[in-house]
Design a protein around this ligand. Sequence first.
Ligand SMILES: *Cc1c(COP(=O)(O)O)cnc(C)c1O
Length: 431
Amino acid sequence: MERNQDQLWERAQQLLPGGVNSPVRSFRSVGGQPFFVDRGQGCYLWDVEGNRFIDYVCSWGALLLGHSHPRIVTAVQAAVERGTSYGAPTPLEVALAEKIQEAFPTMERIRLVNSGTEATMSALRVARGYTGRDKVIKFIGCYHGHADYLLAKAGSGATTFGVPDSAGVPPSLTQDLILLPFNDAGAFQRTMDQWGDHIAAVIVEPIAGNMGVIPPKWDFLVALRSETKKHGTVLIFDEVMTGFRVAYGGAQALYGIQPDMTCLGKIVGGGFPLAAYGGRKEIMQVVAPLGPVYQAGTLSGNPVAVTAGLATLQFLQETHPYGELDEKGRWLQEALQSAAQKVRIPVQINRVGSMMTLFFTDQPVTDYESAMRANTRAFAAFFHAMLEMGIFLPPSQFEALFLSIAHGSEELEKTADAAEKAFEKVALLIN
Ligand SMILES: *Cc1c(COP(=O)(O)O)cnc(C)c1O
């Protein structure tokens, strides 16, 4: 196996667009070239040249138990020996669906799929099929996977009809998308007053995580629930990132707000390609083969992925690590905050439990617009300084960093020490 990363990067770029299989991995927004992973264990990653990193990407939040957790490894090894895919029902799928429903009682019926993108794409199709309406409200800066008709954010102004954010998406596919600012209950209320009876679904990350972490305002969440109920609009919580992360029952359990449909991914697959969508029984009954909304998958409910998901959820139920994760999160947040203060670098750290983002800005970050005020040059300098000291942060200012149960006080302290030095470097750059 090739162990020279410069050569690997050369070869990768000859074949894979940008050298990667998913864009943020390329380090485009922070500059430089990514390292190539050899293996992961606990909260550590090793690159192919033998360098070790404390990992705060954790497969973009999928690994709440850290890398190669023994419970998952053992379960998956046994599963693989029984065959890797059947295309026929298994008892494992039933068990996983039951476990998911225990955590998310609002998911009265559940369909397993292979990625978060598939979950949100399917949930929207179901919501449109169920309501017979076309229009969908999405919030600016929320990411719901890369399905064509969800790939739009805003132009400017409050209510904008969707303009595709990606080449290759015909405007006709996003014309039924209404884009609104996150956390703006007033703008939402006005739009529902005008369009509510034509709107099939409102899809939202109940805690935004894909423009950096932005917690929801309470009145915003309440407006989402009450207005959608009033107009017969399906409220979809995209909990692909927050499900089993901010609480076992996700953001909906944390805030006590019940959506009509929920999308899950990341943690629910225990590090394997597995996701799920589901919701109220009468809505989900439109899904084939019961109803007219088609949705299928060759590898859906894959026994190996389902086994990893089951092992993860079982472990989480046994150990319930959420209090501890929140404590670690708070410790790291405070350590980073005071390290930045020492060298007078203004930062805003948004955190919910074990997910957080350190924004290089002096203004509170509450929506996409305020997130965009962050100093990305400062972030890039911070990112590279941390990486040099063996700390792997998400390579973009607008992503969440994740803690796992494997991050111990030793690693957190190392991270805090490294951050002090990294902030000093940033200070030279921006002050
Ligand atoms: C990661 C993510 C997705 C997309 O999931 P994939 O498995 O990458 O397709 C969708 N929604 C949210 C909130 C996510 O964080």
